[in-house]
Design a binder for this molecule. Structure first.
Ligand SMILES: Nc1ncnc2c1ncn2[C@@H]1O[C@H](COP(=O)(O)OP(=O)(O)OP(=O)(O)O)[C@@H](O)[C@H]1O
Ligand SMILES: [Mg+2]
Length: 381
């Protein structure tokens, strides 16, 4: 049975059924086009974001992540559909009245104002708090972010990571309904980025305020998101936990976009003879006998996908493929290995030092550890 976008939505429903309360942000059938409909930035977006959610919008460049975020914030007006915040329809509500905090990729601080005034900036613009109350809030937030010792320094004297903390602080003092973050760490070096990812995740747990975090980096998404929204060409492909999207991708796109090294794909055909269903391609034939295999129509073109993590070296004469090790890339305590199987690169992940370049190896994979996708890229098994 093909898993369509409506099924992608029902997976969201399953995830959210267990949750309490109403969504903080509820996007219903939203479409945003530009240039009089010529450019469809995002289409038919349905997404519920709850109080405890750390949501990541993930997808390649141009898939509509920023547009979706800007529609939530009110910086863009949806062409169709509705956005509710805390149950209230936001149509016609200005960005500043939505009580959301937006953190951008490029840090937009005032370089010649000190950290304190930068953090307080939004409060000065909108709130009725006294000066003491504002300063108290600024100091509290600075303490949480570990920049309390820098309040009187100019932001131009800060490192990239410190500046990004100031941006977060500016958002936090507003005590918003939700945080919207658009690739906030992409300008930071790899180590600092890791640190900031951990910090922002801890922050979200502590503040118990939903975060919607945009990234095109699947590793970043997997490490910080509780709920990952995979987008492609303006559409939501799947909404799920990191485990769901890694282990149970609903589409070929999700299987390919998620996971490192990239999933192995083999084009072939489903065959059925005397009740035995098989997948056949020019490299190998394997039985397909798990749940749902009986419903697979025979003689249809399919693509078999198997993660490199599930491909292993087989004993002599027992593998489904034989090839020559072309490349070994060390990765912590494992090696990513590319094996040339008659001109097809097959990727596998093995314990350190198990395979070496030039060696001939036999490969196999678990019979319950692959998926089949139909011609349209929907998963059918
Ligand atoms: N103001 C605009 N006018 C015209 N087209 C736009 C506008 N904003 C976005 N688009 C188009 O809409 C599509 C989605 O853009 P968007 O910025 O949402 O992508 P994105 O997923 O954030 O990409 P990136 O990862 O590169 O930031 C793109 O094709 C883009 O060119
Ligand atoms: Mg963007």
């Amino acid at each position: 049975m093909a898993k369509s976008s409506s099924e992608a939505r029902s997976q969201t429903a399953q995830t959210t059924d267990e949750r309490s309360g109403d969504p903080v942000i509820d996007i219903q059938d939203m479409t945003k086009t530009f240039d009089g409909g010529e450019i469809i930035a995002c289409e038919d977006i349905n997404l519920e974001i709850y109080q405890e959610d750390f949501v990541v919008l993930l997808g390649p460049s141009g898939c509509g992540k920023t547009t979706t975020l800007r529609c939530i914030s009110g910086l863009e007006i949806p062409t169709e559909g509705t956005i509710l915040i805390s149950g209230v329809d936001m149509t016609g509500v200005k960005p500043k009245n939505r009580n959301l905090a937006f953190v951008f990729q490029s840090v937009a601080l005032f370089p010649h104002m000190n950290v304190r005034r930068n953090i307080r900036f939004g409060l000065d613009m909108t709130s009725d708090l006294t000066k003491d109350e504002k300063n108290e809030r600024v100091e509290e937030v600075a303490k949480i972010l570990g920049i309390e010792g820098m309040l009187d320094r100019d932001t131009s004297e800060l490192s990239g990571g410190q500046q990004q903390r100031v941006s977060l602080g500016r958002a936090m003092v507003m005590e918003p309904e939700a945080f919207l973050l658009d690739e906030p760490f992409s300008a930071l070096d790899a180590n600092l980025r890791k640190t900031m990812q951990t910090e922002v995740k801890e922050l979200q747990r502590r503040l118990e305020t939903p975060m919607v975090f945009v990234t095109h980096d699947q590793e970043e998404a997997m490490s910080i998101g509780d709920k990952i929204v995979v987008m492609n060409e303006g559409h939501i492909q799947q909404v799920g936990s990191p485990y769901q999207i890694f282990n149970e991708p609903l589409t070929r796109f999700v299987a390919r976009f998620i996971g490192s090294p990239t999933v192995n794909m083999f084009d072939g055909v489903v065959t059925n003879s005397s009740g035995e269903t098989q997948f056949e391609c020019d490299r190998f034939t394997v039985p397909v006998d798990g749940e749902g295999s009986a419903e697979l129509a025979a003689d249809q073109d399919v693509t078999l996908g198997v993660r490199p993590q599930y491909i292993f070296q087989a004993d002599e004469g027992e593998g489904v493929m034989t090839g020559e090790v072309a490349l070994v890339e060390p990765q912590d305590d494992r090696d990513t290995v590319v094996v040339d199987v008659d001109g097809t690169n097959v990727r596998t992940v093995v314990p350190q030092g198990t395979m070496s370049a030039g060696e001939r190896v036999e490969l196999d994979f678990g019979r319950n550890e692959f998926w089949l996708f139909d011609r349209d890229g929907d998963r059918i098994y």
